[in-house]
Design a protein around this ligand. Structure first.
Ligand SMILES: C[S@@+](CC[C@H](N)C(=O)[O-])C[C@H]1O[C@@H](n2cnc3c(N)ncnc32)[C@H](O)[C@@H]1O
Length: 208
């Protein structure tokens, strides 16, 4: 049976890896901090933590977290994105596969933190979001954290309109046994407010 296409591959045709990497290289060269997500996550982690970068793309965030001493596994379904990650960090663990089937991809559960940054949740195949949230929750150790960043309006998405509301997302998290701990409007920790265009959310799995 053929896999339903995620919104990212609908947008890019599965060929975006090199251009995506060049875009971030240009941002870095022009003085932008391209490590905001990694810095945010690192502040939540104890040393040498296990991190799952779900929808890791070119590995931008996992590679930075590995440089900071964490043990990272990246999962992505887009071979062109993952090829860049492999090339840039051949010794890290990269898994090619769909997050809806994370439990079959060979990553050992018990992660301290699972990250879905860069609009991974809004870019999933329509109707698969709750399954992915459940898979991510199941990959966490008790007390582990799910960290997500997602656009809530067209200005913060590579899509013409939002595909997911925070109410829906929080509902999927609750169904998966997760509790909302913190919510911000940016990766810098600016306060979240009703109607802002972006949300960084930290949910946790119960400790027992
Ligand atoms: C905009 S990119 C973000 C990449 C990376 N997280 C970052 O912030 O640089 C979104 C990524 O989500 C991945 N993705 C979308 N649906 C997926 C799925 N079902 N399983 C695995 N990866 C998925 C895409 O392949 C793409 O690499």
């Amino acid at each position: 049976m053929s896999r339903q296409r995620d919104r990212w591959s609908e947008l890019t045709g599965g060929q975006a890896g090199e251009e995506y990497a060049r875009r971030f290289a240009r941002l870095a060269e022009s003085g932008h901090d391209i490590h905001g997500e990694a810095t945010f996550c690192a502040a939540l982690l104890t040393p040498a933590a296990r991190v799952l970068d779900a929808g890791c793309g070119t590995g931008r965030i996992a590679i930075r977290l590995a440089e900071l001493g964490h043990h990272c596994t990246g999962v992505d379904v887009d071979a062109s994105m993952l090829a860049v990650a492999h090339r840039d960090a051949p010794t890290l663990k990269w898994l090619l596969g769909d997050l809806t089937r994370l439990d079959t991809l060979g990553s050992k559960p018990g992660f301290d933190l699972a990250l879905a940054a860069g609009n991974v949740i809004p870019l999933l195949s329509p109707g698969t979001e709750s399954t992915v949230v459940r898979q991510l929750a199941a990959a966490l150790r008790p007390g582990g954290l799910l960290v997500t960043g997602m656009g809530l309006d067209a200005a913060h998405l590579p899509l013409p309109e939002p595909t997911v509301t925070l109410t829906e997302f929080d509902h999927w998290c609750t169904q998966a046994g997760l509790t909302l701990r913190q919510r911000y409007a940016t990766w810098n920790g600016d306060p979240y407010y009703e109607g802002c265009g972006y949300a960084v959310s930290v949910h946790s799995r119960p400790t027992t």
